[in-house]
Unconditional design. Structure first.
Length: 398
């Protein structure tokens, strides 16, 4: 405005009209007035920031802050600029060792992933909760295949003096899971020297020997348990039974079942599951003799058969065309009080149709119709229709 008022209008601006001062102020107010709230808030924030910089730090924040007293004073007097400089200077210097780290945090520092370090003599012994955490870490690392990490954690416990029998067993199982059998043997020998072996330790070694195919070594390991006053349990015999089933050795299966009976180890769900797997194996291989030998061994050792067991045996009879044994199985089911299911009836109907005994198949079908709990599926009806077609019994088919 002063330029336009003090100097004449240039020739090339002769047509321009000069605004008077009041008009210019009016125009400026029209532009600025909608933004007065923004300007007010900005000014309030600037004043608040200026005031906060000069207030002393609260006591709680001063004690919890990692800054020293010199930094606190500098913060109050000089502001944050000098704080950054001192922070950079402290980061470049080596951090001092905190001897009371465990008392402040309530827990030990985590061990390195691949190396074990000995704890300071003044550091307190870990609690049971920390020991359980470290043992769980060994198991998790073993499942991930990280044997070096599991070894580092175990060595940390040994150096700390807190490694107990559970920790030793966990690392032994880690060696077996990661297929380090030489390390497992060495560790197991150390456990025997320290007197830390128990039934769990021997079960782990039996599993290791069986995994390598050393059945005789596993048997010798079971016999060695008596030297330490230990007795094999159900887990021990389940491992031996599983190995015998996988090898298809019927004599070994019978031997394990006899030993379980002699030691008064009652069969449980795991036992029945392993034996059911053996029967499924015999169904696939169509080996009726081994299937019924196993059935006789189970009966001789007082192992009760379930509906699933009888169904597998009936399937063996159908696949091997030995339905004459099926009638005895049905009678055994009635004597044992085992209730048949729809799979039992369907298997019997299928076997009768294969043997050409269509009348017996119709008798079984009538029994199923009278029982409202079961209903034959379309596969069973198709088997009956195919048998009727082969024997040209059109009326029965209709």
């Amino acid at each position: 405005v002063l330029v336009y008022q003090c100097f004449p209008t240039p020739p090339y601006c002769s047509k321009m009209t000069l605004l008077d001062f009041s008009q210019l102020l009016s125009l400026a107010w029209d532009v600025v007035s909608p933004m007065w709230i923004d300007f007010f808030m900005f000014g309030l924030a600037a004043v608040s920031y200026w005031i906060l910089l000069r207030l002393p730090m609260p006591t709680k924040l001063r004690h919890s802050s990692p800054m020293s007293k010199e930094q606190d004073t500098t913060f109050n007097v000089l502001g944050p600029a000098s704080i950054d400089a001192q922070t950079k200077r402290q980061e470049s210097e080596p951090a001092p060792q905190d001897k009371d780290a465990t008392s402040l945090t309530g827990s030990r520092r985590a061990p390195p992933s691949h190396s074990a370090q000995r704890l300071m003599p003044s550091e307190p012994r870990p609690s049971k909760e920390l020991l359980r955490r470290d043992v769980s870490q060994i198991k998790n690392l073993a499942r991930l295949g990280d044997l070096q990490g599991a070894k580092a954690t175990f060595q940390w416990l040994v150096a700390d003096g807190s490694a107990n029998r559970v920790a030793y067993n966990s690392f032994l199982d880690a060696c077996v899971q990661c297929h380090d059998f030489d390390g497992a043997l060495k560790h197991f020998s150390e456990m025997k020297t320290l007197g830390l072996v128990d039934t769990v330790s021997y079960n782990t070694m039996v599993k290791a020997y069986l995994h390598c195919g050393g059945v005789q070594a596993a048997r010798a390991c079971v016999q060695e348990m008596a030297l330490f006053g230990l007795k094999p349990d159900s887990v021990t015999y389940h491992e031996l039974l599983q190995a015998a089933v996988q090898s298809g050795n019927q004599d070994a299966i019978s031997t394990v079942l006899e030993e379980m009976k002699a030691r008064r180890i009652r069969p449980n769900v795991v036992t029945h599951s392993i034996l059911a797997g053996a029967l499924r194996r015999f169904v696939k291989t169509r080996d009726a003799s081994k299937a019924f030998d196993l059935y006789e061994a189970m009966s001789a050792n007082d192992i009760a058969c379930s509906t699933v067991t009888y169904n597998h045996l009936l399937q063996v009879c159908v696949s091997c065309s030995t339905m004459h044994r099926a009638h005895q199985l049905i009678q055994d089911m009635k004597d044992a009080g085992v209730q048949p299911d729809i799979i039992t009836y369907s298997t019997i109907i299928k076997g009768c149709c294969q043997q050409g005994e269509l009348d017996k198949a119709f008798q079984v079908m009538e029994v199923v119709k009278q029982d409202t709990q079961f209903c034959l599926d379309e596969i069973t009806y198709n088997i009956i229709l195919s048998s009727c077609a082969r024997q040209r019994r059109i009326d029965d088919a209709l």
